[in-house]
Write a protein that binds this ligand. Sequence first.
Ligand SMILES: Cc1cc2nc3c(=O)[nH]c(=O)nc-3n(C[C@H](O)[C@H](O)[C@H](O)COP(=O)(O)O)c2cc1C
Length: 402
Amino acid sequence: MVTKPDLTVKFCKLELESPYMLSSAPPTCTGEMIMRAFEEGWAGAVTKTIKPDKTAVYDYDNRFGIMGFEDKQMVVFENIEEVTKRPLGTWIKEIKEVKKKYPEKPLIGSLMAEPKEDEWEALARAVSEAGVDMLELNFGCPHGMPERGMGAFCGQRPELIEKLTKASKQGSNVPIMVKLTPNVTDIAFMGKTAEAAGADAISAINTVLGLIGVNIDTFEPMPTVNGKSTFGGMSGPAMKPIAMRCVAQLCQATNIPVSGIGGITTWRDAVEFLLIGANNVQVCTSVMWRGYRLIHDMVDGLTQYLDDKGFSSVKEIQGLTLPKLTAWSKLDKDWEVVAKIDKDKCIKCGICFVGCRDGGYQAIKFEQGKAAEVDEEKCDACSLCTLSCPVPGCITWKRVKK
Ligand SMILES: Cc1cc2nc3c(=O)[nH]c(=O)nc-3n(C[C@H](O)[C@H](O)[C@H](O)COP(=O)(O)O)c2cc1C
């Protein structure tokens, strides 16, 4: 009998059927949407951020922007959207409905309030009593809310992370996860602060503050709200390197589980987050782009990957890469190589030559119609040629003693 790899993950007290959850965002805006996502196969969901009724929320028309690159329509997604506009009572009713219909699927309530301990404690109490399995404290939203002392305003101030995490714990009977902003100098310090304040888990990242672009005909910044705009939150594929750096730093610095978020589009991205130590992953933008059905490819791809590599469970790959991430000064200075071009594979395009001439060490010789050649004396092994060569395996490395 062939046994499939075990995709289940234990996350604090939560049992996830796979490492895939939906993050707090438009795909989790209502109970009905969350239930459809569960039906499709998502293992868990974090609600769109819930706030006290007295906190006014406004969403501008329009509030999204995108940046493409080459053949990709979208590599960065910007939003200037706020948290939920829906009343707390509606959420409480819908959380109960979701938990009744899907008792086995972890549901996490995302929270945001003004930086006052009694507000966080009361909100944590109301949402946890509705029946969620965990709370996520949104200390990360970088637009709109920080102007009013919320979101990233809290995530950028260790004293508020500490105070509000403690207050939320006081009000709740479920584990607390703190969602951090990447818009800080040292996210590891913020993670350690949350851990010391009693957080049971960390999630990262929320969106990266940016400006998606300017319309060069009208001179208007984007996304344009009647001619003007503001800085917004960047998400989507191009944010993955920033998210991975943050998640790895948090995994190195803390002893609580980390839920990895940011730019996850395929099962391969998810595997990378798991390898650097994430306990599970959360997805937003790629689901907004492609729909809940993405989960099928994500589950199938991960299952096949584990099988191909001879792993019997997700747990076996969590953190495998983490010991290989070290300080710059600790990298191997005895690792000396030069580039090696396979003459039979070279298509004589000259891309490596131009790059090396104008952005490298003038170490590649090239004549029209002939294969490129490396001058080993000049090669400084920067890797520009191996990365820009369009033919896989054409330019590789040769060990040398320099
Ligand atoms: C339109 C939009 C709305 C979002 N709203 C929230 C929110 O209410 N609360 C929250 O914690 N994060 C919110 N996020 C951030 C996402 O949960 C996630 O952290 C971020 O988009 C990075 O993941 P991704 O690259 O998979 O989108 C929002 C993101 C987008 C694109």
